[in-house]
Design a protein around this ligand. Structure first.
Ligand SMILES: [Ca+2]
Length: 149
């Protein structure tokens, strides 16, 4: 009985901390850490690497049914002046951000869709984190409070 309770708690803990939505976000496995160059932020929509609270991108994602919709793609969740789709790597050389966001928003985001977009040069690497303002002009209240890397 005690073993079952322990395993239940362990499974719930593991499930809680799994970055389950990364597969459903453009470049969800390569979002740059806003503080530490070269490091990936595994929990894209959360307020910290091990925190369960949602950042502004996470709130927008949740409000859209935990889907990367055209609305989420076209939003500038972190207020840095760059829409989420561009920040996550959409390449607007051939098509407008509106066209690309409506295209990707009409399909479930999967690793296969990410690969398709990269194959056709419609998706590059992310340029920033969509949930934290990480550009030089960002005010302190929109930034992630970085500690040591
Ligand atoms: Ca942004």
């Amino acid at each position: 009985m005690l073993l079952k309770a322990f395993l239940g708690c362990l499974l719930m803990t593991v499930a809680h901390f799994l970055p389950q939505y990364r597969n459903n976000i453009l470049n969800g496995h390569s979002i740059p850490d806003p503080c530490c160059r070269g490091r990936v932020w595994a929990r894209v929509g959360h307020t910290g690497p091990s925190q369960s609270g949602l950042n502004k991108f996470g709130i927008d994602f949740k409000l859209n049914g935990n889907r990367f919709t055209a609305q989420v793609c076209l939003a500038d969740s972190d207020g840095d002046g760059v829409v989420n789709g561009i920040e996550l790597g959409l390449n607007t050389t051939l098509y407008s951000v509106g066209t690309l966001c409506h295209f990707v928003g009409s399909y479930p985001i999967t690793p296969i869709l990410n690969a398709f977009l990269k194959h056709w040069n419609l998706l590059a690497n992310p340029s920033g984190h969509p949930g934290f303002c990480d550009k030089p002009h960002c005010p302190a209240q929109l930034r992630y409070p970085c500690g040591p890397c």
